[in-house]
Design a protein around this ligand. Structure first.
Ligand code: GLN
Length: 304
């Protein structure tokens, strides 16, 4: 027999969604509608197309309760990605946790640039193979997506992802499975290392999205970032440039002739980072913008 109308309402997808969105909105979540959607799909497995075909579909009470639970977590400003455990980046689904910076869409510009340089054969090789190093690899999203798409283009490449955090490397390790679909796990190596400390040999390309936020600015960031992304992955120390300075100074010993150094930067760091690179002997230093029109990457070639 049918239960009382009110309870049935609760189980309808459209009612679940409407309530989820409302609760997120009231909690001041910026993308309330979108997040309510992702969580609904995460819990029910129902995608948008199916939802629109049958929004009155009823879910078991236990499913409705599970949805309420994850919506509640989101009202507490837990990042969506920590609830679902994943973030899409360059069309690939990366595992994430509080031990790694959640991949940002802005960072895709860096990956696209690296792939362009590889395709145009602007990256020097060592015996037919490009050797690439990704410093501060975190979830491995940069390293892995470059290897994945390079393999698709039949580019011979080996990549090393270094990070100071062992916990981050455990997440990166899981993400290496993505390479089984394109290329293979053997293309990548992970290394626990404070920047270059444990790194051996020379590379045709070094890429990095190091921590670059000024310490004083971090307390003003949105809660999801400030409390849930690792502080270690954000903090660029006093002027935000600490890691660029260190990497640039040490990088030449690890680059082959005509090797490329490619950074993600903050929107206001283009000039400072370019200057550091030029001073260290890098040529063809260029700043490029992200999709929002903000400076996002700096690239230079080590010619001497
Ligand atoms: N882009 C990130 C943010 O805005 C920061 C990443 C970093 O410091 N490398 O939160």
């Amino acid at each position: 027999r049918e239960k009382a109308g009110g309870q049935d309402e609760m189980r309808m997808l459209r009612a679940m969604y409407a309530e989820g969105e409302e609760r997120l909105r009231q909690a001041g979540i910026e993308e309330a509608g979108l997040d309510a959607w992702y969580l609904l799909e995460f819990v029910t497995g129902v995608d948008k197309a199916h939802y629109y075909m049958n929004p009155d579909r009823r879910m078991e009470q236990s499913v409705a309760q599970e949805y309420e639970k994850v919506v509640k977590l989101r009202t507490e400003h837990i990042p969506l990605q920590h609830i679902t455990g994943v973030q899409e980046f360059m069309g690939l689904e990366f595992q994430v946790s509080g031990d790694v910076l959640i991949p940002r869409q802005d960072t895709e510009v860096l990956v696209e640039e690296a792939l362009k340089l590889l395709e145009q054969e602007k990256v020097p090789k060592e015996k037919e193979t490009v050797r690439m190093l990704d410093l501060c690899t975190g979830s491995g999203c940069i390293l892995i997506s470059i290897l994945y798409y390079a393999a698709k283009e039949k580019i011979q490449i080996q990549g090393t992802g270094a990070d100071i955090s062992e916990a981050a490397l455990r997440i990166a390790e899981e993400n290496l499975d993505l390479l089984e679909k394109n290329g293979n796990k053997g293309m990548a190596e992970l290394l626990e290392s404070d920047l270059f400390e444990q790194v051996d040999g020379t590379f045709g390309m070094i890429v990095s999205n190091p921590p670059y936020i000024k310490t004083s600015v971090i307390s003003g960031l949105q809660e999801e970032v400030r409390l849930h992304d690792p502080f270690l992955a954000l903090d660029g120390k006093e002027d935000g440039l600490f890691f660029y300075r260190k990497i640039i100074e040490e990088s030449r010993a690890y680059l082959q002739k005509n090797g490329v150094l490619l950074f993600e930067i903050g929107y206001d760091q283009g000039e400072a980072v370019s200057e550091l690179m030029t001073k260290e002997g890098y040529g063809q230093v260029v700043v490029k913008k992200d999709l929002a029109g903000l400076d996002r990457i700096v690239c230079g070639v080590y010619t001497e």
